[in-house]
Design a protein around this ligand. Structure first.
Ligand code: SF4
Length: 421
């Protein structure tokens, strides 16, 4: 199966950008071509959004996504647009607009206009919002409404979309039988499960997958096959409903590749630390090594207010074992919509996870940066330290009161570095 041979749009975009990609990723061109052909990397690039394309899939650098967007309780477009700038500034590689309140078309348009990063969405939110905002049941939506929404968003320039195609009737019934602690926690997954149970029909995204593939090819849209059955509690990790969905995604991956469509697989969720490596490895294997986009994973459920730290611990282990793309968690996770500071902390936490994995995996650019900051520490070269740090402003802020000193205020005259000069 050669995806590039079946997708002329993708092939052309790649040809135009191969030098740039090889240089920014520090990878050989033929390796990028091979991995894209095999589906082990994806290139986020919808020509309707005029930005540089982005590679996802190891051994390209591990990427970090920042979720932004309105909610019915916090609906402030100005704030969300500030988050677009913050996310770029602090090093996120992509944005997902997860808005569920306000004029979603206008919000999406504004975010796409402002963003030089690829933007992802979950189109079922916009379809469900039309019903929920009127106090009606979202399970009334029709397939044609959802397909129109997908096409509209692709036409606007969205590069990747979460589509919960693997939430099959069987997976929903298994989730019920498993008597999960937290049931279905994916928003899109729960809307689809409701649709399936109310209408007593199979998931329309699964039934009409061929139509989705045609659209995806037209816009070089990357399908992010959503994990609607992801565990929302550590105790639910690895149950039959979760794996049933992954097995369906395995088949859907091959179907997409046959049509020249790029695919990412979305992963867990809440997973105890001792299961993360095996979950990542089995998901990668079952889904034919398509890039894995993990939401955390969260190895503990008792850290509300600090889930960015829990997510970074799980994310580092997941990336070390093959995850390619980390969705950030912020200190606001499970509690409220993130503030600007939360966005910053979430991104930095995920970048710490990504860089920790890359150092352990021997990735040259990150190892070089790591070595360079260690040398700068030895030389007490604060300007270099600022340049190489993940969060330059934080180093400046912490140094501010004693900036005139050669050593820092942690040890003062007891500075071990100076002691051994
Ligand atoms: S004062 Fe202490 S912490 Fe600061 S640079 Fe010197 S050894 Fe390092």
């Amino acid at each position: 199966m050669d995806i590039l041979q079946k997708n002329t749009l993708l092939k052309n975009i790649l040809e135009e950008n191969l030098d740039f990609l090889a240089q920014t990723e520090d990878l050989a061109k033929d390796l990028i071509v091979k991995k894209l052909s095999q589906g082990q990397m994806v290139l986020l690039a919808n020509p309707k959004h005029k930005i540089k394309p982005l590679l996802i899939g190891q051994p390209s650098s591990i990427k970090v996504n920042a979720n932004i967007g309105t909610s019915p309780f916090v609906n402030d477009l100005k704030l969300e647009l500030e988050k677009v700038e913050y996310a770029k500034h602090f090093g996120a590689h992509t944005l997902m607009d997860l808005s569920t309140a306000g004029n979603l078309d206008e919000i999406r348009k504004a975010i796409l206009e402002k963003s030089s990063l690829p933007v992802g969405t979950v189109p079922i939110y916009a379809v469900a919002q039309k019903y929920i905002a009127k106090g009606e049941d979202p399970s009334q939506f029709s397939w044609s409404e959802l397909l129109e929404e997908i096409e509209k968003q692709a036409e606007q320039g969205v590069s990747f979309m979460t589509l919960h195609c693997g939430v099959s009737e069987r997976a929903v019934l298994l989730a019920e039988k498993e008597d999960r602690v937290l049931g279905i926690v994916s928003r899109g997954g729960s809307i689809l499960a409701r649709w399936i149970l109310k209408n007593k029909k199979e998931n329309p995204l699964l039934e009409n997958y061929g139509d989705i593939l045609k659209l995806a090819k037209k816009y070089n849209l990357t399908l992010s096959l959503g994990d609607g059955m992801r565990p929302g509690a550590g105790d639910d990790a690895g149950d039959s409903a979760q794996w049933e969905e992954v097995i369906t995604l395995s088949e859907l991956t091959l179907e997409a590749w046959k049509e020249g469509v790029q695919v990412m697989i979305e992963g867990p969720g809440h997973v105890p630390l001792n299961y993360i490596a095996e979950q990542v490895k089995v998901m990668k294997r079952l889904c034919h090594h398509a890039p894995l986009y993990v939401l955390g994973p969260l190895p503990t459920d008792i850290a509300p207010g600090y889930d960015h730290i829990a997510g970074a611990i799980g994310g580092a282990l997941a990336a070390l074992n093959g995850a390619d793309f980390l969705c950030y968690l912020t200190p606001a996770e499970h509690l409220t919509l993130p503030s600007l500071d939360d966005v910053r902390e979430g991104i930095i936490a995920s970048l710490i996870a990504a860089s920790s994995a890359e150092i352990a995996l021997g990735r040259r650019p990150t190892q070089k940066r790591n070595y360079a900051i260690s040398k700068a520490r030895k030389e007490l070269d604060w300007e270099k330290i600022k340049d190489l740090a993940l969060d330059r402003e934080m180093v400046c802020f912490r140094r501010a009161d004693f900036e005139d000193k050669e050593e820092c205020a942690m040890c003062g005259e007891f500075c071990a570095v100076k002691m051994l000069r």
